[in-house]
Ligand binder design. Structure first.
Ligand code: FAD
Length: 462
């Protein structure tokens, strides 16, 4: 890239409607800042595409000039796959339009939209797509990996609501992928990540949700941890799909409904959600409360859009982050003991262990229905190593890795692709299981030269 003549770069810039940023340009450092503060990469060019035509031009420029190519959606991926060194980044952050047709209950979502963009437009019609739990996440990257959140037990994964998508492939062609059109490509993008091209437009089926839902936190002291976690496990084994309850083990943030003496202490928080009104799910809320003697709670009716932003302050961008993740089909007593042991030795106040409950509708399809294969998983457990000082890197990473190793014997042996860190390329088989071979075949068909390789890469020569 350093040998590329200025005229070549200028000619490229002239083909785009959006701006192209280079080192030293105003905004360049912001354009290479992503959610995980551990990632420090310096692309040669950042193309802020303003539409599909810009994406087609940028893909062609990278391909014809042999440049490394990365694609940035919301920039949340823990592995930093939104960026590459010395190459071209196709930055979709200027493509965040969402259009909703309430009559057909369909939404058209541009490739760089964030969850907050989708929730905002769909909720104005009392509709929603099942997405994730942090509103600043990119809908693109989340959906391409599978995508689960509060609505998944009721309505499945994000990919289960995907109806079609416009994909720009390595040869610069635009494809419409759906169950009818190019079904192999449609299958592959429902879990196969950004391996097959740039998705410039997603079309989703929508579900009636809210605007008011029932949600909140019931907080227990870590001293009750074993009893709470065992009761929680027993509770979710019989929980109807209309409710989801996630467990988070961490130090208590200074939440206004917690007494000051609880702030900073070790807690087990059960976060509950139902799209149903409070009176319809009151008995289920009681069952959550009955997991122990709560030290505080904040549960009730609230707008779905507000609940989707509840965890944003704890997950703000810029901190240093290292994750390790296991799927579980069931939480054994031994698994709970390991979780509690490592939750008792959190290396920084921002670290946490969370168990995201999936199951329900998300588990009603066969594993080969979409590229995302984990249709037997009850929990995705994520060890969130999170800290601010580089001096703590070793301490936190070691804690996360040790915990991961100790929990492995009780886990399912599979992992959610969107939770893999940059040093976990070797776990691609765990992420795709029996679907890996078909993904390789489709990769050979659509990206034989592996232009799209700055991701958890499905190699065409595998
Ligand atoms: P990016 O880093 O921009 O992109 C991620 C990958 O997808 C890159 O390889 C990129 O090239 C590719 N990509 C993105 N958009 C496109 C596109 N339009 N076309 C082609 N390729 C594209 N996941 C869940 O399922 N549920 C959750 O509740 C959840 N919560 C999260 C909370 C936080 C704080 C974070 C950091 C992550 C969370 N995730 C969750 C994981 C999340 O799904 C992944 O990090 C996902 O990759 C983020 O997508 P992005 O577009 O923001 O990221």
């Amino acid at each position: 890239m350093t040998n590329m003549k200025n005229e070549v770069v200028d000619a490229f810039k002239a083909t785009l409607r959006g701006p192209v940023l280079q080192p030293g340009n105003p905004g360049y450092d912001d354009a290479r800042a992503i959610w995980n503060g551990m990632i420090d990469r310096r692309p040669a060019l950042v193309a802020r595409c303003s539409g599909t035509a810009d994406v087609v031009a940028a893909v062609g420029f990278a391909r014809d000039n042999g440049l490394p190519l990365a694609v940035r959606g919301g920039g949340h991926n823990i592995a930093g796959s939104a960026l590459c060194d010395d190459g071209l980044v196709i930055d979709l952050s200027g493509m965040r339009d969402v259009h909703v047709d309430p009559r057909s209950r369909l939404a058209w979502v541009s490739g760089g939209a964030l969850l907050s963009d989708v929730d905002h437009e769909t909720q104005s019609c009392g509709l929603a797509v099942p997405l994730g739990i942090n509103s600043t996440t990119g809908a693109g990257g989340l959906t391409l990996g599978g995508g689960f959140g509060w609505l998944s037990r009721m309505y499945g994964l994000a990919v289960d609501s995907l109806v079609g998508a416009e994909v720009v492939t390595a040869d610069g062609r635009r494809h419409w992928a759906s169950a009818q059109d190019e079904p192999d490509l449609f299958w592959a993008i429902r879990g196969g990540g950004g391996n097959f091209g740039v998705v410039t437009l997603f079309q989703f089926a929508l579900h009636p949700v809210g605007p008011e839902v029932t949600a909140g936190l019931v907080v227990f002291s870590a001293a009750q941890g074993r009893e709470v976690m065992r009761r929680y496990r027993d509770l979710v084994d019989t929980l109807p799909d209309e409710m989801s309850v996630w467990a988070v083990l961490r130090q208590a943030p200074p939440l206004p409904f917690l007494a000051p003496e609880v702030h900073g202490s070790d807690i087990v928080a059960l976060a509950l959600f139902s799209p149903q009104p409070m009176d319809a799910v009151a008995p289920l809320v009681e069952r959550v409360r009955a997991c122990g003697q709560a030290v505080g709670e904040h549960v009730g009716a609230m707008p779905y859009e507000a609940w989707q932003k509840t965890f944003d302050p704890l997950l703000a961008p810029g901190a240093r982050n290292y994750w390790k993740s296991h799927n579980f089909t069931h939480l054994s007593d031994e698994a709970i003991d390991v979780v509690l042991r490592y939750a008792a030795s959190l290396p920084t106040p921002h670290c946490e262990i969370f168990l995201g409950l999936i199951g329900g509708k998300a588990n009603t399809l066969p594993p080969d229905a979409t590229a995302y294969p984990h249709r037997n998983v009850q929990f995705a457990m994520n060890v969130h190593g999170r800290w601010t000082e580089a001096a703590d890197d070793g301490k936190v990473i070691s804690w996360a890795r040790e915990f991961f190793g100790a929990a492995a014997p009780y886990a399912a042996g599979s992992v959610y692709i969107n939770f893999l860190t940059q040093d976990e390329g070797g776990r691609i088989h765990e992420a795709y299981g029996p679907n890996y071979a078909r993904l390789v075949d489709i990769k050979r068909q659509y990206d034989p030269d592996n232009l799209f390789r700055f991701n958890h890469n499905i190699r065409p020569d595998a």
